[in-house]
Write a protein that binds this ligand. Sequence first.
Ligand code: 7UC
Ligand code: FE
Length: 288
Amino acid sequence: MRVTKPSEGQLCVEIADLVPNDITDEEVQEVKQLLYEHKLIVFTGLDELANKDYIRFASRFGEPQKYFQKNYHHRDHEELFVSSNVLEDGKKVGVAGTGMYWHSDYQFFEAPLPLTMVYPKRVEGPDRATHYIDMEQVLRGLPPSLRLKIDQRQAIHEGKWRYKIQESDIDRSITDILDEIGRMVPPVKHPVSIHHPLKERALLYISRGFTVGIDGYPHEESQQLLQELLAFVELPEHIHSVPWKLGNLLFWDNRQVLHRASDNPHRHPSVSYRIGIYDGLPFYVPRT
Ligand code: 7UC
Ligand code: FE
């Protein structure tokens, strides 16, 4: 494999000439190290990977996840989270337009998802990409007045507002649907800044997609603080984009980056298969 590291202040290691089916244990270790150090990897120039080979490749880095909602699952492989707006045999598969907002996967769970792979399968139209924000860089640059306000604080996260309506929801009321999904994934708290199990520097861990408040402040103050923090997080200079190309596979550490799918307003055909991976390490550790 051929490794190109990012320049200072940039994200994303590029790994070319890797054959997933032939990856050795040493290469797995090397990729892991690069991932934790640099937060985001793109494998380039891959030959088309069969589903089972993709799952096997992901399994080298940990335990593949089964997404908590079955409507996202691939028909034959529940480890594949299918993001697609393309019908197969006239039928809808997976979910269209997933993750088009800043987030970290499973942030609304007690045990968030450590690693994510995304394998674009159909790429059409201009500007298809996944965008990233380096949350170590963000925390480092956070104005001291904001930093003071989040010290020792917890953020509250909810998944229910991003619930996607399914066919079975027709004739149900919005409140019913929200109550049900709210019972399935109740609000959780995580520290506003977290410590990675393998790294020195702390990371900001909030997102516009899933974070609904900062715990311990009166409602209005909590909302205002959250909006100020999110406005800083999403400053254009914090955003790194990785264009989608066939033969590329994206791989990142959800502890260290936020991500969002690019917009697709003209609904160009778009298909990608994601695999979530539990790497066997805690998502974050207590500060030392
Ligand atoms: O459809 C989506 O945007 C999926 C989202 C609600 N969850 C992705 C995740 O792993 O947190
Ligand atoms: Fe995501």
